[in-house]
Design a protein. Structure first.
Ligand code: ZN
Length: 186
């Protein structure tokens, strides 16, 4: 028997315990960088501050503001609030990885596919590997693998928070327009 079969199970448990116990940003789940007293990482704190400023500016818009100025200000507010939502979404994903009922091998396959897409731009590079991943790695080991992939995703998301928020809003608007066009057609 491979010696690692005996020792890697408790080791995974211990490592997962350390990951779960780490002090984390209450929005994005960052655990490798300093967290302030209010439990925010620097990036989420910046996002929060930015959104607060934009909210204040929006509230203080003078009555004389033109439609275009209003549109621009509202757009900026939507982007800032979406950035806040995306920060929290990263934290929610981490929570599923570390504390979800049973960490599904299909979720892990999705994270591998996402990493492969970043490297070689192929979306289903690791398609149909979920069963093998499930049989090869224990639930704890799958959570650790997912966590490691998540940390790289978080670093990427933090770098591009505003761009991702704009893209997401754009997609939501397109979907809404499609729905409205569809209901007009009926
Ligand atoms: Zn954070």
């Amino acid at each position: 028997m491979d010696a690692t079969e005996k020792w890697n199970v408790p080791f995974a448990e211990e490592w997962l315990g350390q990951i779960r116990d780490a002090e984390r940003c209450k929005w994005c789940g960052e655990g490798d960088k300093p967290i302030n007293r209010a439990r925010f990482c620097a990036a989420c704190k910046r996002t929060q501050r930015y959104a607060a400023t934009v909210r204040k500016e929006t509230g203080a818009l003078p009555d004389t503001a033109t439609d275009h100025e209003r549109w621009k200000q509202n757009r900026e507010l939507q982007v800032a609030e979406m950035m806040e939502e995306l920060c929290k979404a990263d934290g929610e994903q981490l929570s599923t990885i570390l504390h979800g009922d049973l960490y599904d091998a299909a979720n892990l396959e999705r994270l591998f596919n996402r990493a492969a897409y970043a490297i070689c731009q192929q979306r289903e590079f690791y398609g149909h590997n979920a069963t093998q991943l499930g049989m090869t790695f224990s639930s704890d080991q799958r959570r650790i693998l997912a966590y490691l992939l998540w940390t790289a995703t978080l670093a990427d998301h933090k770098r591009r928070r505003m761009k991702l928020a704009i893209r997401r809003l754009h997609r939501l608007n397109l979907r809404r327009e499609e729905r409205e066009a569809g209901s007009d057609a009926i």
